[in-house]
Design a protein around this ligand. Structure first.
Ligand SMILES: [Zn+2]
Length: 459
C-alpha cells in the first residue's frame, strides 16, 4: 500500500472594498495600474495600515475552523526579489499568525473525517505579471489585495480527499460571505505531496476547487513511476499546467531561511482580545442537521437545499406556510434543475418568495400539472416576472372540470371515426381521444381524469 500524505495551503482572495494596507479600491478588472498608490507600490516612507474588515473576516473563518487565536498577531516581511513585488518583500504573517491548531470535519463518501488545520494567516497578493512573447508586463492593481491563507496538516490521503476538502471549505467560506462560487478563480492552492515517507514536492498555484484532483493525480503517478524505477524524489517546487494536465519543475525548493522573515516595523501588532464577540452564521453542517430534524426531510434533500445558501433561506420561508415535503421537492427537483440548466445560483435568479408560494398553492390544490409547474419555473428563471402573469399568459392552470367535460363532448362529436373504432373493440383508440382532449384544453386537462370521463361518455 502506498502511503500518501497531502497538505494544502489555500489562498482565498477577499472582496473587501479597499486593499489590505491602503485605501486603493480592491478591484482588478479596470485599466492596469490605476488602483495604485505609494503604499501598495512600496514607495519609501509610505505608511501601511491594516484593513479592519480583513481582520474581521479572518476572525470569522478562524472561528468556523475552530482555530486557537493568538492574543496578538504580527505582520512580517518575506523578502524576495521579483518584479511582481516592488517593495522586494511581501507582507505576510510568520511566527505569530492570526490563529493555529484547528480542525475541519469533511464528509468523504458518507464518512466523516477530521482534517487538521495548521494555521490561518493574512497576507498581501503580489502584482500580476502578463507574459507576452518577448517581454512581460506588470499590473499593480492586484498588489496589496487581501488574502487569507489556510494551511492544513498533511492529513489528506488521496487526490479525491483533497478535492472534497477544498469544495467543502469553499462552501463554508461561501456561508461566511468571504467567497463567492461565481469567482472560482479567487481560490488558489499550493499542494505538498509525499509518498512512502519520501521528500515533499510542492505544486504551486492550482486555481479553483476542481483542478486540484487532476493536478494531484498527475503528480502522484509521476512520483510512483520514479519510485518504481528506484529513482529518488527530490524536494522541489513544480507548477501545474491545466492545459497540459501535467506539472513542470520550477525550482529547487527554497528553505524558510532564504526568505529572511523580519517583523514589519511599520505595522502594529493586531490584538484579538474580543474574539468571543465575533459572530458567525449557522454553517452548512449545522443547517443540514437542523433541516433534517425540524422539517423531517431526507438526507439527500436536506443536502441539496443546504448546498445553495439562497435556496436554503427561501426554503425556510416557504416551509412556514406550505407542506414542507412538497416545498422541498419543488425546490430541490424542478427549480434546481432549471437553475442548473441556466447556470445560476438561487440568489442570482432574482425570484420572489411570493411567486414560489403561489406556485406551491396551485400544486397543493392540484390546480397545475407537474409538467406545467416546471414550465412556469423555467419562465420565471429565464425571464423573471410575477408567476401569476406567466400562468395566465401561457394558460398553465388546469382547466376546470366543466371545461374538460366540454372538451370531451366536442372531441366525441368531431372524432366519429375514432369513436367508432373504440366502440367496435379497438381499445387503443381511447388513447387517441385522450390526446385530442389534451390538445383542445392545451394540456390543461388531467390525462387520467380525461380518460375516466371519456370512458363514462362512451359506455
Ligand atoms: Zn494603494
Amino acid at each position: 500500500m502506498t502511503d500518501i500524505k497531502i497538505g494544502l495551503e489555500t489562498h482565498v482572495q477577499l472582496n473587501t472594498n479597499s486593499k489590505l494596507f491602503c485605501s486603493c479600491r480592491n478591484e482588478q478588472n479596470v485599466e492596469p495600474n490605476t488602483n495604485v498608490c505609494p503604499i501598495c507600490l512600496g514607495h519609501p516612507g509610505s505608511k501601511p495600515r491594516a484593513n479592519k474588515e480583513v481582520i474581521n473576516q479572518a476572525f470569522k473563518v478562524c472561528k468556523a475552523l475552530e482555530l486557537d487565536f493568538n492574543e496578538e498577531s504580527v505582520f512580517a516581511r518575506k523578502t524576495y526579489f521579483y518584479p511582481d513585488m516592488s517593495k522586494n518583500y511581501q507582507v505576510t504573517q510568520y511566527d505569530r499568525p492570526v490563529a493555529q491548531n484547528g480542525r475541519f470535519e469533511v464528509k468523504i463518501k458518507d464518512k466523516k473525517k477530521e482534517i487538521g488545520i495548521k494555521r490561518l494567516h493574512i497576507e498581501e497578493d503580489p502584482a500580476r505579471l502578463v507574459h507576452e512573447e518577448n517581454y512581460s508586463k506588470v499590473d499593480y492593481n492586484r498588489a496589496g489585495t487581501p488574502l487569507l491563507e489556510i494551511v492544513t496538516d498533511p492529513d489528506l490521503k488521496s487526490s479525491e480527499e483533497a478535492r472534497t476538502y477544498l469544495q467543502q471549505l469553499a462552501h463554508v467560506l461561501e456561508y461566511l460571505k468571504v467567497y463567492s462560487p461565481v469567482s472560482d478563480y479567487s481560490i488558489k492552492s499550493d499542494a505538498n505531496i509525499s509518498i512512502n515517507g519520501g521528500e515533499r514536492v510542492e505544486i504551486k498555484n492550482i486555481t479553483g476547487t476542481s483542478a486540484i484532483e487532476k493536478a494531484l493525480n498527475y503528480e502522484l503517478s509521476r512520483q510512483k513511476q520514479l519510485t518504481k524505477r528506484n529513482k529518488e524524489v527530490k524536494q522541489h517546487t513544480r507548477r501545474y499546467n491545466p492545459d497540459m494536465g501535467s506539472t513542470i519543475k520550477m525550482r529547487e525548493k527554497e528553505t524558510e531561511e532564504d526568505y529572511g522573515y523580519i517583523v514589519d516595523p511599520d505595522l502594529t501588532t493586531q490584538k484579538s482580545k474580543d474574539v468571543s464577540n465575533v459572530e458567525i452564521p449557522e454553517l452548512p453542517r449545522e443547517k443540514y442537521r437542523r433541516f433534517k430534524k425540524d422539517y423531517e426531510i431526507k438526507d439527500k434533500i436536506a443536502e441539496s437545499l443546504v448546498s445553495d445558501p439562497g435556496l436554503a433561506k427561501a426554503y425556510e420561508k416557504l416551509a412556514q406556510k406550505h407542506d414542507t415535503h412538497i416545498a422541498a421537492t419543488l425546490l430541490t427537483g424542478d427549480l434546481k434543475k432549471v437553475l442548473n440548466y441556466n447556470d445560476v445560483a438561487y440568489s442570482e435568479a432574482k425570484l420572489e418568495i411570493d411567486w414560489l408560494s403561489h406556485l406551491l398553492e396551485l400544486i397543493e390544490e392540484n390546480r397545475i400539472s407537474d409538467r406545467n409547474a416546471e414550465k412556469a419555473l423555467r419562465e420565471i428563471v429565464e425571464n423573471p416576472r410575477p408567476i401569476k402573469e406567466i400562468i395566465e399568459e401561457l394558460g398553465l392552470e388546469k382547466s376546470s372540470d366543466d371545461k374538460v367535460a366540454q372538451a370531451v363532448n366536442k372531441v366525441i362529436k368531431n372524432e366519429e371515426e375514432a369513436v367508432k373504432d373504440y366502440t367496435s373493440g379497438d381499445e387503443g383508440a381511447i388513447n387517441y381521444l385522450v390526446g385530442q382532449v389534451m390538445q383542445v384544453t392545451q394540456g390543461g386537462a388531467d390525462p387520467k381524469k380525461t380518460r375516466e370521463l371519456l370512458l363514462e361518455e362512451l359506455e
